[in-house]
Design a protein around this ligand. Sequence first.
Ligand SMILES: NC(=O)C1=CN([C@@H]2O[C@H](COP(=O)(O)OP(=O)(O)OC[C@H]3O[C@@H](n4cnc5c(N)ncnc54)[C@H](OP(=O)(O)O)[C@@H]3O)[C@@H](O)[C@H]2O)C=CC1
Ligand SMILES: CC(=O)[C@@H](O)[C@H](O)COP(=O)(O)O
Ligand SMILES: [Mn+2]
Length: 381
Amino acid sequence: MKKISLMGATGSIGIQTLDILRSNPESFNLVAFSAGRNIGLARKIIEEFKPAFVSMQEKEDAEKLRSEYPGITFSYGEEGLSGTATHEQAEIVLNAVVGSVGLKPTLEAIKCGKTIALANKETLVTAGHLVMSAAKMKGVSLLPVDSEHSAIFQCLQGENDKNIERLIITASGGSFRDRTREELADVAVEDALNHPNWSMGAKITIDSATMMNKGLEVIEAHWLFSLPYEKISVLLHRESIIHSMVEFHDSSIIAQLGSPDMRVPIQYALTYPDRMPLESAKRLNLAEAGKLHFQEMDFERFRCLQLAYEAGREGGSAPTVLNAANEIAVAAFLDGRIRFLEIDDLVERALETHSLIKEPDLEAILETDKRTRQYVQSLLA
Ligand SMILES: NC(=O)C1=CN([C@@H]2O[C@H](COP(=O)(O)OP(=O)(O)OC[C@H]3O[C@@H](n4cnc5c(N)ncnc54)[C@H](OP(=O)(O)O)[C@@H]3O)[C@@H](O)[C@H]2O)C=CC1
Ligand SMILES: CC(=O)[C@@H](O)[C@H](O)COP(=O)(O)O
Ligand SMILES: [Mn+2]
């Protein structure tokens, strides 16, 4: 029986994680979870899984639930996320919150020696150097949940990392993959939210449409697999059937395939190094799947991907700025305050304005994150 703490239980990854726990009550026990503002779903999770600890984003929600469920410990805000990440009973902490708010609790969970299953890519983008060195120092496993990184992780099982020629991260192209850059000027939010292959939270779906998602994934791969950016490439693959590949020095390429279903990488992170049946997963029938398509990336069309490579190569505080500016810009687009192409403009302006800190510690990262958010907000005002 593995004891799980789940951050972001009410989101897309959180709900799919609960589905796995629900199907395997003999293998997993949910001891703690955090939610944002969705108190209705939080109630349902409490009643079904009976955890010992629950954190809500806001104090008023935590207090309401405390009065309804006296046997459970409730917390909220930053302290609540920290409590979820470090809960004494938890063995595995699955981080499925969205945004760099996931950074501090991840570092705290590592300090407590918890195994980390990481969906929250912004954590590694914002402060990959701090997270990786903390995990190494504590001897803690950082297991990828993001589908591409799980694919690469699976391709690398039993391999020697020194034989890697390059990683090939696949990209679906997102909601607007068949449009030119000119055709993106006036796109609607609801069209941007219509991903062709995956049903995901709003922020990552917009990131996928701008291709920032792939940029964040390139930086995430740099940290997870300890490879220079020259060895990390991106390939457009519209079907999302090959979830990513590794090319080795001898020219062999190993790929991981499957129908797009996030429960597969989530479950793999929870059962690693073992696997478990996933009865309800749609089996991939390659004869029925037909042709698979591949295309080189166009870095002018997908400007955010170029910006992410540049920020990743620059290192230091540059990826922190990239991420924070993007979080604010995407939220503004979702609120109807800016147009789609302004997302990459705002990220670019934030990167141009920022004075690089070469080796930022946690305090400098948090300060950079905060200042970047303020700067981009000031451009929106
Ligand atoms: N969805 C997917 O298929 C994939 C997602 N990822 C990554 O996983 C992470 C989660 O994505 P996804 O599940 O789509 O996102 P969602 O937006 O669906 O869910 C986010 C979760 O975080 C909670 N949350 C948001 N802000 C806060 C906050 N300030 N404090 C506490 N909790 C908060 C939300 O609570 P509430 O809803 O209650 O307000 C919700 O539980 C992201 O980093 C994403 O990039 C990676 C690969 C695939
Ligand atoms: C499911 C997952 O891991 C997402 O990150 C997905 O990869 C998004 O698809 P894109 O390839 O369109 O960014
Ligand atoms: Mn992904």
